[in-house]
Design a protein around this ligand. Structure first.
Ligand code: OAD
Length: 228
């Protein structure tokens, strides 16, 4: 196996205690994504949006990586792996993965909406916070991609897919594009595809193979099988 491209979603962090978005108790059943995850929502009510992400950041800081995160880090030590995640948490990194492509940004980073400066951020964020580069206030936001914004690193992801031998989607519902379209992009390139998920995703029919079950059980077993 030469080059494995992995795409992870909220399902891989579910057993670390971080909520998914679209499961029965998911975040989007309790919050309207138009209110908390769009540029328009931020303009309407910045405090609501900052508080939503302050809670996500606190949950992330309290969570620990699980066996699935660690297994993917082991895989990357033994094979050529490109790890793409839709998750804004840092559990892949804390689970031992060196290079992670965060296509939807990172909750532990800040972005200045005024000058575009990005930097690490640990505590709560408020409207009085100041950008260390342009010194403006009222423009500091979490460095996460909202609906209506363009995900990060798309060129790098396309390049990785075009040299992949295997594409694996783990713990993602296939509801959000462009990530949900990577499987069809991979197939069009003749790349083998595998879905590892609790339930079949919305794009399950496009994968060559499927492994269903909890990520902490399925992912370590799959990695062991590949490495043995
Ligand atoms: P979703 O909440 O849409 O989907 C989570 C997936 O994980 C579902 O298919 C579940 O079946 C699966 N799952 C749940 N628990 C699992 C477990 N223990 N083991 C394995 N799989 C499990 O989350 P995403 O697909 O990541 O974007 O959502 C994609 C994007 O939509 C997010 O990045 C976020 C969200 O809105 C933005 O906010 C821009």
């Amino acid at each position: 196996m030469d080059h494995i491209v992995l795409l992870t979603g909220a399902g891989i962090s579910a057993e670390s205690g971080l909520g998914t978005f679209r499961d029965a108790d998911g975040l989007w059943t309790r919050y309207d994504l138009a209110d908390v995850a769009t540029p328009e929502g931020y303009v309407r009510d910045p405090d609501l949006v900052l508080d939503f992400y302050n809670a996500r950041r606190r949950n992330c800081a309290e969570a620990a990586p699980n066996a699935a995160h660690r297994a993917l880090a082991r895989l990357a030590e033994a094979a050529r792996v490109t790890l793409i995640t839709q998750n804004i948490d840092d559990l892949h990194e804390r689970g031992g993965s060196g290079e992670v492509i965060h296509m939807h940004g990172e909750i532990m980073r800040a972005l200045c909406g005024n000058c575009g400066h990005r930097w690490g951020w640990r505590g709560d964020m408020g409207r009085a916070d100041r950008c260390p580069s342009c010194q403006s206030t009222g423009s500091v936001r979490p460095d996460v991609v909202w609906f209506g914004e363009i995900p990060y690193h798309l060129e790098r992801i396309s390049a990785a897919l075009s040299s992949a031998d295997l594409f694996v989607a783990i713990g993602t519902s296939g509801a959000v594009y462009p990530a949900a379209g990577f499987v069809s992009e991979a197939r069009a390139l003749g790349v083998e595809t595998l879905e590892i998920n609790l339930d079949p995703s919305e794009v399950a029919g496009q994968f060559d193979r499927q492994i269903l079950g909890k990520a902490t059980e399925t992912v370590p077993l799959w990695v062991e099988g590949l490495l043995s």
